[in-house]
Design a protein around this ligand. Structure first.
Ligand SMILES: *Cc1c(COP(=O)(O)O)cnc(C)c1O
Length: 394
């Protein structure tokens, strides 16, 4: 009976999967702030501050820099459906789940899709994009900066140059990278970029920060047809976030409180300190996993700091290990997606979850669980290897 359901009482989890990451108590507290109306002058001020903080995080002066109502995928759909129209030539780079998702959305918008594929676990090479751009007038090239399904970090600057030489717009998915490693929207000449709140920003899922360059705004203004979806049509939404303050849909007020607080925390720490923290904890974790005899999927120089993709050792049961981590240690990691189902562990060190304590705990308990699985590592070697990384850093 519904009226006898108990109070919510969720366990305290250590969130080391591909998102959500752990949320700072100040962000949860911000969400409990009393509501004001979505056109209340107090709220308009909060919106302005949130936009200012987002511009600082994206490293951009772009006017249209706002959180879209919805998770990261809503940001993906917003960027694509606002900037492309039926029969436009669009190139999508695919080396994992999220590139695939972009290709799917391009198809639904009836654009002409050219896929540039790479093996999952490898970066997209610029020569392949150059080939795809030959002989046609491409409107937009889309790529994932941090492919969360494979743990790959995609270099962007040279590709951006190539895309602009060909007169196309450059769209980048920074859902997992933003707030954990450098993302330079203006310097790298990114025309449209989207992210999510529950990865390295360490807020709950529910908003997707996006930013559009002046060129992207021009493309939006000069569309021949309306954006097919009403809800994510930025030509209307931007009038709510801009000077006009025209009602479009009710802003998710508590989520915007949360995002603003998460951004304040980011700038209290400082971007460069925050990125170094993500790098250091990744380096320590990688040293520990190596000492344990586990292999990463990506090459060393292409690995993400915030998402560590390692192969499940031969003979070890993926699901049983992850279930034990959760039930015995209240620690969540992710499994493989698509072709890597059952074959990959995805260990997140995102935002608030990227701590030395989490790294050392995880290595210690994983060692214990693997021993029970008949994969006996050298006891204590993993935490030792990680600790020595921390020692050399100090
Ligand atoms: C998580 C993620 C998304 C999708 O975000 P949702 O919040 O799950 O909708 C898109 N792209 C990348 C790279 C992601 O990691």
């Amino acid at each position: 009976m519904a009226d006898t359901f108990s109070d919510l009482n969720t366990p305290k989890r250590i969130l080391m999967g591909p998102g959500p990451s752990n949320v700072h108590p100040r962000v949860l507290k911000a969400m409990a702030t009393p509501l004001v109306g979505h056109l209340d002058p107090e709220f308009l001020q909060i919106m302005n501050e949130t936009q200012e903080l987002l511009r600082k995080l994206f490293k951009t002066e772009n006017r249209l820099t706002i959180p879209v109502s919805g998770t990261g995928s809503a940001g993906m759909e917003t960027c694509l459906s606002n900037l492309i129209e039926e029969d436009d030539e669009v190139v999508v780079c695919v080396n994992g789940v999220f590139g695939q998702r972009m290709a799917e959305i391009v198809g639904r918008n009836r654009a002409k899709l050219t896929r540039v594929d790479a093996e999952w676990g490898e970066t997209i090479k610029i020569e392949k994009i150059a080939d795809a751009l030959k002989g046609k007038k491409v409107k937009l090239v889309a790529i994932v900066h941090a492919e969360t399904s494979t743990g790959i970090r995609q270099p962007l600057e040279e590709i951006s140059r190539l895309v602009h030489e060909n007169g196309a717009l450059f769209l980048v998915d920074t859902v997992t990278s933003l707030g954990g490693c450098p993302v330079e929207v203006d310097k790298w000449k990114i025309d449209a970029c989207y992210s999510g709140t529950q990865k390295c920003l360490s807020a709950p899922p529910g908003l997707s920060p996006i930013t559009f360059s002046e060129n992207a705004l021009k493309v939006l203004e000069e569309r021949k047809t309306k954006v097919p979806g009403w809800y994510l049509d930025m030509s209307m939404v931007k009038k709510y976030w801009g000077k006009e303050r025209v009602y479009h849909h009710t802003a998710p007020i508590s989520m915007i409180y949360a995002l603003r607080e998460a951004l304040r925390l980011i700038f209290e720490e400082g971007l460069s300190k925050r990125f170094s923290r993500h790098e250091l904890n990744h380096t320590a974790l990688a040293a520990g996993l190596k000492a344990m005899g586990l292999d990463f999927l990506p090459l060393k120089e292409e690995r993400l700091w915030m998402l560590n993709a390692v192969r499940v050792p031969e003979g070890v049961d993926d699901v049983r290990v992850r279930s034990k981590l959760l039930s015995d240690f209240s620690l969540e990691i992710g499994g493989g997606l698509g072709e890597f189902k059952g074959k990959l562990w995805r260990i997140g060190l995102m935002g608030e979850s990227s701590t030395r304590a989490n790294v050392l705990l995880f290595l210690t308990v994983l060692e214990q669980i693997l021993a029970e699985e008949g994969f006996p590592p050298d006891r204590g070697a993993a935490a030792d290897a990680a600790s020595s990384v921390y020692r050399t850093e100090n």
